[in-house]
Design a binder for this molecule. Structure first.
Ligand SMILES: NC(=O)c1ccc[n+]([C@@H]2O[C@H](COP(=O)([O-])OP(=O)(O)OC[C@H]3O[C@@H](n4cnc5c(N)ncnc54)[C@H](OP(=O)(O)O)[C@@H]3O)[C@@H](O)[C@H]2O)c1
Length: 285
């Protein structure tokens, strides 16, 4: 079995490669690809095949994917361009003779109202039409997404959000990577759709408590309205696109869209997901 991992120059893809190696997959059966391959020198030194590729250059994708049985397609990070980029990757997989694609989608993609969902829905549809064997890893939220709140709390002692009493069942990025590695190196996942979340849904008071523990100083959650949140972000000089995204996310958290606990992530990885406080502490180094 051989695997090619896209986005290996990024955080999740690198962790997936590291899990495959730690789980005993021979390095020569793994290809790590992305644009900034200078970041992958350490993996190349361990025997991993490293090939530069870009979702916008189909030839580079075919070259990277050739010889692999399975493509781990880590969704791209250029929001708005991802459907076309993923199309290129799926076409290249077909051309290269790949048998199976594992794709990192978003939790409950088919009914999600998150702003990132439409490109995942379109990619899932393209995958189904490809005729290849597919496995969908519908990832929930990363705990590391709250590192910005931690940085703010380190300065001010507060976490400001319009999330109300909403809860988030996040997991560590490394938990999702471990699950991907399980799906890549074991049998029985053809056609499967996994809805992956953390084991516990926390609210923003609990986020503040976790921040207190990590930072070693008191931190409180300051509930604000959406208008107050917008005004605060504007006065901090945050750009309009980011403000729109953050407000939408606060709103979705408040309405419970990220609160679902499925248990499928801990079942896949065979252990509980990483508690919020541990994920934040590890991410802050
Ligand atoms: N569930 C969540 O909470 C959450 C949060 C953030 C992101 N995500 C999604 O999960 C993915 C992985 O997360 P991450 O934390 O690993 O993100 P990341 O560190 O930003 O990595 C993104 C990866 O995408 C690659 N990429 C972007 N554009 C590309 C292109 N045109 N051609 C080839 N490669 C390209 C990057 O390659 P280079 O670095 O070589 O350019 C990088 O390896 C993200 O891309 C995003 O779709 C999920």
């Amino acid at each position: 079995m051989s695997v090619v991992v896209t986005g290996a120059t990024g955080q999740l893809g690198r962790l997936i490669v590291q899990h495959l190696l730690a789980d005993g997959m021979p390095a020569e059966q793994i290809t790590a690809t992305g644009r900034r391959v200078e970041r992958l020198t350490d993996l190349a030194e361990q025997g991993v095949r490293v090939v530069e590729s870009d979702y916008t250059r189909p030839d580079s994708l075919v070259e990277a994917f050739t010889g692999a049985d399975t493509l781990m397609l880590v969704s791209g990070s250029e929001v708005g361009q991802r459907t076309a980029q993923h199309r290129n990757a799926i076409d290249a997989a077909v051309t290269a003779g790949v048998r199976r694609i594992v794709y990192t989608s978003v939790l409950r993609a088919d009914r999600s109202t998150l702003p990132v969902a439409p490109e995942h829905v379109e990619t899932e549809a393209m995958l189904r039409e490809s005729g290849l064997v597919i496995t969908l890893l519908r990832n929930g939220w990363y705990s590391e997404n709250y590192l910005g709140d931690l940085a703010q709390a380190a300065e001010s002692g507060t976490i400001v959000a319009a999330a109300g009493d909403g809860r988030v069942a996040s997991a560590a990025r490394d938990d999702y990577a471990a699950a991907a590695a399980v799906v890549l190196r074991t049998e029985g996942h053809d056609g499967a759709v996994y809805e992956l979340t953390g084991d516990q849904a926390w609210d923003f008071d609990q986020l503040a408590t976790a921040a207190s523990e990590v930072l070693g100083r008191p931190v409180t959650y300051q509930r604000v309205t959406l208008d107050e949140r917008r005004a605060g972000l504007e006065s901090a000089g945050v750009d309009a696109g980011t403000i729109g995204f953050l407000l939408t996310m606060d709103e979705r958290v408040a309405t419970g869209e990220l609160a679902e606990v499925t248990g499928e992530l801990s079942r896949l990885i065979g252990r509980p997901t990483t508690p919020l406080v541990d994920a934040l502490r590890a991410a802050r180094g």
